[in-house]
Write a protein that binds this ligand. Structure first.
Ligand code: C2E
Ligand code: MG
Ligand code: MG
Length: 725
């Protein structure tokens, strides 16, 4: 179950929690009175009742317990609300047991069901379970009262007036249970009760109608012949699926609304018109690799030997993700669009080609010769930056709004000193440097040439590293609650202690790994190490989730959920303590296998976080596809927040979206106290970054976390509230 983040409130937190306590106490007392009343209420059962009083009471307890167990989650503005089969249980019990017994049966049934769910799944405090069970008890007590005012359905053949009486009871139950749930959430989170009430009632409407119909059908079947009940499981299961679908559609609609509001707040630059391009790659109409090499050499030979030329090699970031996850048609569309935009930027005499995959090359032949020797490179870098900016203009591919981000490697040389193959080789090295560095453009640096050429050797060395066990290590970086300083989770980040090259950061090896067949082994290795750390924390009494980064391609592997389940079991770590960080593109994917894998992971109880939120092929539409628990605001927005209103708007919108959907929002890369307070002001609750902690070795983190937990314990305010109806 999701914990809900606190919204803006008019009453202070202590004021609100005081009122919540009073409410809990009041509900408890009422529930006890109702239960006592049940014991002394007249039974009204016929003396020849074949079932007997105790069996009937047991039946009612079981029915109420089942109604709670088959619950669905509904996300309201301030947190999660559980929607149950309560009305169906009520109608059945109104017919099967004396109305006076129903409150006691509810208290027992709901109490047992919620305690069981707490033991097996998300932990809940006993007080919270008592509150939910007693709210439901009050609701059934009032419902029974209203029903018996209008008729006596106990063991009676249902006539229209009796059906109306039970319907009135069901409506009473709905209003009271939803009302009490909404008041509790509102006290915890400060969101107006009316708003919540409307939202939850709308979410519950279909389920309410279905529940009442199911209740009445069961009553009718019992009257005809109880054996007919045996046909019920299948229709009930189908109905549960329909409810789930309806809730999903409803959540989608709300996310879409939020999406529209959020995108309206962002800056949309103009898209430049599409221009002409000549020649022969089938998909894009650009020059292909072979033609590029031969024509390029031809051009170079025609130019004066000392005339500067420049080659730009462009590679689309995360193209593979789009292709793998949104499908090849989307990938093709993206390539055509990139080709069109590049075509619009090339001048007469320049040579533009697609080398294959997502790589494009542009040979500039009109580099100005004026100025000093550095001028041609400066000019080319300016051109390259302009190109990346133009490419980044938002566009729509396969119905998904995205921005084409590319890494560009740049090389400048005199026409007579290198052929096309050599220029491409140098530009390729520069392009990898661009991918690895922070900017998106990099110039060829002959000094780095030597180290770059053995990129292929890396994969062979990785195989050894994975077997050696002490080369690939995890460093850990805590995220903290901005208000209390308490740790909210820890991210595991991979480092390679390479025997010859020294410490390597992920950007120096992750990409080749992702493109190799060793990805599966690598992912299992990282998960195993991370869960080992989490298991140690559990032994030390630290209850904190660990976050692991997953490459997009790992999610194309159907075996992943089983492997993760095995690893969790092996390390005895509960699923909810594992957070998998994935990217937006992955979650936007319509591939069945990804839906399946993410669905299986969610069912297991593993949490999902969206990493680098707001970058790359960003769009909020993914929130309509997969339920996630956390959004990680990308570092680039935190960095620009102070001087870019757009960046600040993105942070604010993300925080608002998180609150609305009940997700955690964690800001990444917080380096200064100013950023920290600006984030707190924008309503962000958690953050990660050098300002708090740099990633640290596993043997240091235990002590740090212990200190943080103890330091913050006195100040931590519980953020969870749950209501059920
Ligand atoms: P990420 O998941 O967004 O991780 C956050 C990165 O930001 C980390 O870089 C972290 O060290 C860095 N960082 C944290 N706080 C600050 C700050 O205040 N300032 C600055 N400038 N940087 C900060 P790192 O460890 O180099 O990881 C880079 C990326 O590599 C990660 O980005 C993640 O996408 C990927 N990665 C890391 N470990 C793994 C892994 O085990 N598997 C996979 N597939 N990818 C990984
Ligand atoms: Mg991450
Ligand atoms: Mg990140």
């Amino acid at each position: 179950m999701t914990s809900a983040l606190p919204g803006q409130s008019r009453a202070g937190p202590s004021d609100r929690s005081q009122r919540a306590r009073v409410l809990t106490a009041a509900v408890l007392v009422t529930a006890l009175v109702a239960a006592v009343a049940a014991v002394i209420a007249p039974s009204g059962l016929p003396s020849d009742d074949p079932l007997g009083g105790l069996a009937r009471f047991g039946l009612a307890v079981t029915v109420f317990a089942f109604a709670q167990l088959a619950q669905l989650q509904f996300r309201a503005a301030a947190g999660a609300v559980s929607l149950t089969w309560g009305e169906a249980a009520l109608v059945i019990c109104l017919h099967q047991v004396p109305a006076g017994w129903i409150p006691a049966a509810t208290l027992l049934g709901a109490g047992l069901a919620w305690s069981g769910m707490s033991l097996l799944g998300t932990r809940r405090r006993p007080l919270e379970i008592a509150r939910v069970a007693s709210s439901l008890t009050v609701a059934t007590a009032l419902a029974g009262f209203v029903t018996t005012l209008l008729g006596q359905p106990l063991l009676a053949t249902p006539t229209p007036p009796l059906v109306l009486a039970m319907l009135a009871g069901a409506v009473t139950y709905l209003l009271v249970s939803v009302g009490l749930g909404a008041v509790t959430l509102s006290l915890h989170h400060g969101v107006p009760t009316g708003v919540l009430l409307r939202e939850v009632l709308r979410g519950k409407l279909l389920m309410f109608v279905g529940n009442v119909v199911v209740g009445l059908v069961v009553v009718a079947l019992i009257e005809v012949d109880p054996r007919w009940l045996l046909i019920l499981p299948l229709p009930l299961w189908l109905l549960q699926q329909a409810y789930r679908h309806r809730l999903r559609v409803d959540r989608d609609r709300r996310a879409w609304r939020a999406f529209a509001e959020a995108t309206a707040a962002l800056d949309h630059r103009d898209e430049r018109g599409v221009a002409t391009a000549v020649v022969s790659d089938a998909l894009t109409g650009l020059t292909n690799r072979t033609a590029m090499l031969s024509r390029g050499d031809q051009v170079l030979r025609q130019l004066a030997r000392d005339r500067p030329v420049a080659l730009l090699l462009l590679d689309i970031n995360r193209f593979k993700e789009v292709n793998d996850t949104l499908g090849h048609a989307a990938g093709d569309q993206l390539l055509r669009l990139t080709a069109d935009r590049l075509g619009g930027l090339a001048r007469g005499g320049d040579l533009l080609g697609r080398l294959g995959g997502d790589e494009f090359a542009l040979l500039l032949t009109s580099v100005p010769v004026l100025g000093d020797s550095a001028a041609p490179m400066a000019y080319t870098l300016r051109q390259a930056r302009e190109i990346t900016e133009r490419l980044a203009a938002p566009t729509e591919v396969a119905g998904v709004r995205m921005s084409v981000e590319a890494a560009v490697g740049v090389v400048v040389a005199s026409a007579g000193t290198a052929d096309m193959a050599e220029l491409l080789r140098r530009a390729d090295i520069a392009m990898y440097q661009a991918k690895e560095g922070s900017g998106c453009v990099a110039a060829y640096d002959s000094a780095r040439d030597a180290t770059s050429t053995d990129r292929l050797a890396l994969l062979a060395e990785l195989r050894e590293a994975l077997a050696a066990d002490d080369q690939l290590v995890l460093v850990l970086q805590p995220a903290v609650d901005l208000a209390t300083g308490a740790p909210t989770g820890v991210e595991a980040l991979i480092r390679w202690r390479h025997p010859r090259r020294g410490w390597l950061n992920p950007h120096e090896f992750i990409r080749p790994v992702e493109n190799s067949e060793q990805l599966g082994t690598f992912t299992r290795y990282v998960l195993d190490k991370a869960l080992g750390v989490a298991a140690q924390w559990a032994r030390d009494g630290l209850d904190l989730p660990i976050s692991v980064n997953l490459s997009a391609r790992s999610l194309l592997d159907r075996r992943l959920p089983t492997e993760i389940a095995d690893a969790l079991r092996r390390h005895r770590v509960p699923a909810r303590r594992l957070v998998l960080e994935i990217t937006e593109t992955v979650v936007m994917s319509e591939l069945e296998v990804i839906d399946e894998v993410l669905g299986a992971l969610r069912t297991m109880g593993v949490q999902l976080a969206v990493d680098d939120f707001g970058t790359g092929f960003s769009s909020l539409t993914f929130l309509t596809r997969v339920a996630v628990d956390e959004l990680k605001v990308d570092r680039s927005f935190v960095l620009r927040m102070a001087d870019s209103p757009e960046a600040a708007a993105i942070v604010r919108t993300t925080v608002g979206l998180g609150q609305q959907l009940g997700l955690r929002v964690v800001a990444e890369g917080v380096e200064t106290a100013e950023q920290r307070s600006a984030l707190a002001e924008l309503g962000c609750t958690a953050a990660q970054g050098y300002h708090f902690f740099k990633p640290m070795p596993a043997d240091k983190i235990g002590a740090v976390l212990g200190g943080l937990v103890n330091g913050a314990r006195s100040r931590v305010v519980p953020l969870r509230a749950d209501g059920a109806s």
